[in-house]
Design a protein around this ligand. Structure first.
Ligand code: PRX
Length: 648
């Protein structure tokens, strides 16, 4: 986010009331109703969450709602449930059996619809496949797939038998995939021969083959045939999805799992080099994603809901699959790029399926603004009734465009703030209750107690910026970092005593509205996806010609931020354009396309404090072409700033 955006956020005074028409039919239809719910959630936490959890199916009830031994929470203690059962089986008892659960469109234009009954059938069969491959309750399963229904089938099958999944976004490299597989000691990886992206085939199986050479824990690889292209096949290790499915039946009752049984691990970037395996468990995550889907998206039986996120990110886990299907709602999935074959693909999809709720990222909206109104103008978007955003702050200009061009000025916008770690939406408008201010995620959902604090951990007054923390535990919170509980404690619970540290800077205005201003740690947010600067730096330094590297985010009109890397090379190495390209390619190989530096600046040295810490703050100013603000007295060599500016 640029200074300009932050400045404009600070000055933003427009306010939009929930449209009366929307409000009259909304699940939560007034601010008083929201306030009542909020108050109840704080004053009677246990009964509040019990009442919500009771809307779902439990094989055995809980004996205690929350057992809180900070920083470890257990929710719905001793309860037994199954999220796959709650997403599927419960809907088979009613007419919903034949309702569309997934409406899917492939990038080449092929489509598939799976009813809840059909999805249940496939999930049960695939769960039996998993068992046949020796996967037992508790075993970790890695998934590296394109956005096809089989990805949802695979996750729901894992959840059905209690095998935690670890989904790795298809844009990550073999190295990154192998790291994640090894960290979780996954026994199985599920992939496809390829997936479509901008008319090309992404060779997922090839990447898996390379990753598996570094991952001895993998015993089997299941390959879904998506493109029909030729792939190499390891006779004992690799199996075709369709062949395995032929050999099993569809009888697979859902396993009653402990509420705290691990549901999945999802890796995300932190401020140190190694990605963190955020671990979510079953009962609390289920309750959190279920109820936030219902509240924030105002889900109704007749809705056609589309979240454009890839399932490889947490948004896809919570709001393409679990929270939406648990509500018995129809979820739309699209495999490919928004501008393929042309820049109106999303609008075409909305028109074709009469999408009513559309949830996407600010980076996508900024790209749409740039591509122009003529693309949405070609399509009838009148089916839309609600719009949402997630992943990064939305600048008011993009908000206004979304509101008028896509929403026809009639759709409320929910700007939802949350994280991989929170599992579910934390701060967001309720579309029938909260008046919105462009650029603000507005107010906390029931059960969420945010606060803005200063460096000493004490609350700051309204209007003043600080760190965003959460004061109370919530059902869908992460339980730990897989295999590294110390990191869990240090990262989230040690910075501000007794509170969960989000890593975000924010301020709260006089009306109690939260304005998220971006990360305060060494994490950059590129197109709504987190990347640790350390991860990219380690990738650069692993190149033999690189001596040292520092990476910072640089403001970008579309992506929010892009990566600028400052690199010093080993002595005697010639620096030129070719080396710059070589280093960019090296980072892509190490991490994946999302981490490709936009710019590499070669420099003789980096600005450091006397104790040797790189002063990234100064590099951020230089990358953005700004004057250096703030204190430079701790800088070891003052002349370096001038030299860096001159590109030396
Ligand atoms: O900095 C915040 C930003 O995205 C971070 C979380 O990233 P991740 O775990 O990848 O999850 C993204 C999808 C939930 C946050 O720490 N962020 C997320 N939503 C918003 C946001 N920043 C501002 N406004 C939002 N609505």
């Amino acid at each position: 986010m640029s200074r300009k955006d932050i400045d404009s956020l600070l000055k933003e005074s427009r306010r939009f009331e929930p449209p009366a028409e929307f409000q009259s039919r909304a699940r939560i239809g007034s601010i008083e109703e929201y306030e009542k719910l909020y108050k109840e959630s704080i004053e009677n936490r246990d009964s509040f969450w019990s009442n919500i959890a009771r809307e779902l199916h439990w094989f055995q009830p809980w004996t205690e709602v929350l057992r809180w031994n900070p920083p470890h929470a257990e929710w719905f203690v001793e309860g037994k449930t199954n999220l796959s059962y709650n997403c599927l089986d419960v809907h088979l008892e009613s007419w919903r059996r034949n309702k569309a659960a997934i409406i899917w469109e492939g990038e080449p234009g092929d489509t598939r619809v799976l009813t809840f009954q059909m999805l249940h059938h496939e999930v049960c069969r695939f769960a039996n496949v998993l068992k046949r491959l020796g996967i037992e309750k508790g075993d970790r399963v890695a998934i590296y797939m394109p956005l096809v229904p089989e990805l949802a089938i695979a996750m729901l099958a894992c959840a059905r038998i209690g095998a935690p999944h670890s989904i790795v976004f298809g844009g990550f490299s073999a190295e990154a995939l192998a790291d994640r597989i090894n960290d979780a000691s996954a026994k199985l990886v599920i992939t496809a021969d390829g997936g479509y992206r901008r008319g090309k085939i992404v060779p997922l199986k090839e990447t898996v083959d390379e990753a598996v050479t570094k991952s001895p824990c993998i015993e089997n690889v299941v390959v879904y045939k998506r493109t029909g292209g030729s792939v190499s096949f390891h006779p004992e290790r690799d199996h075709w999805w369709h062949e395995l499915m032929e050999a099993v039946d569809a009888d697979c009752p859902a396993e009653p799992l402990d509420s705290e049984h691990p549901l999945y691990i999802l890796y995300t970037s932190g401020s140190t080099g190694k990605p963190k395996g955020v671990m979510h468990t079953t009962g609390g995550y289920m309750v959190g994603t279920y109820v936030t889907s219902k509240w924030v998206f105002d889900l109704k039986e007749e809705d056609t809901y589309w979240c454009t996120a890839d399932i490889g990110w947490v948004t896809g886990h919570s709001y393409v699959v679990y929270g939406i299907l648990a509500n018995g709602a129809t979820t739309v999935m699209y495999e490919g790029a928004p501008n393929w074959p042309e820049a109106d693909r999303f609008w075409q999809i909305i028109e074709k399926y009469k999408v009513t709720i559309f949830y996407t990222a600010p980076t996508a909206i900024r790209a749409f603004v740039k591509w122009g109104e003529q693309w949405p103008d070609r399509h009838d978007l009148s089916s839309l009734r609600l719009l949402g955003t997630v992943g990064e702050p939305i600048n008011p200009e993009a908000w206004m465009w979304y509101h008028s061009v896509i929403g026809g000025k009639r759709c409320p916008i929910v700007d939802t703030w949350w994280q991989t770690e929170t599992g579910a939406i934390m701060i967001s408008p309720l579309p029938g209750a909260t008046s919105t201010k462009p650029g603000s995620a507005t107010r906390p959902l029931p059960g969420v107690v945010p606060e803005i604090v200063g460096p000493d951990g004490s609350a700051v007054p309204p209007g003043k910026g600080g760190f965003l923390v959460l004061r109370e535990p919530w059902p869908s919170m992460l339980r730990t970092i897989y295999g590294d509980d110390d990191r869990y404690r240090n990262q989230y619970w040690s910075q501000v005593k007794g509170s969960y540290f989000t890593g975000d800077g924010a301020r709260c205005d006089e009306d109690g509205y939260y304005w998220i201003m971006g990360r305060v740690d060494d994490v950059i947010n590129i197109s709504g996806h987190r990347l640790g600067t350390m991860e990219v730096e380690s990738a650069l330094v692993s190149h033999p010609k690189v001596a040292e590297a520092a990476v910072v985010g640089k403001p970008d009109e579309i992506k929010g931020e892009v990566i600028a890397a400052f690199v010093t090379v080993e002595s005697g190495i010639e620096v030129d354009e070719a080396l710059s390209d070589e280093l960019k390619a090296h980072v892509v190989k190490q991490i994946g396309g999302i981490a490709r530096p936009d710019e590499i600046r070669f420099t003789e040295s980096l600005p450091k404090t006397r104790s040797g810490k790189i002063m990234r703050r100064l590099l951020r100013d230089i990358a953005a072409g700004r004057e250096t603000t703030g204190d430079t007295t701790t800088l070891e060599d003052r002349s370096i700033l001038d030299r860096l500016r001159k590109g030396q």
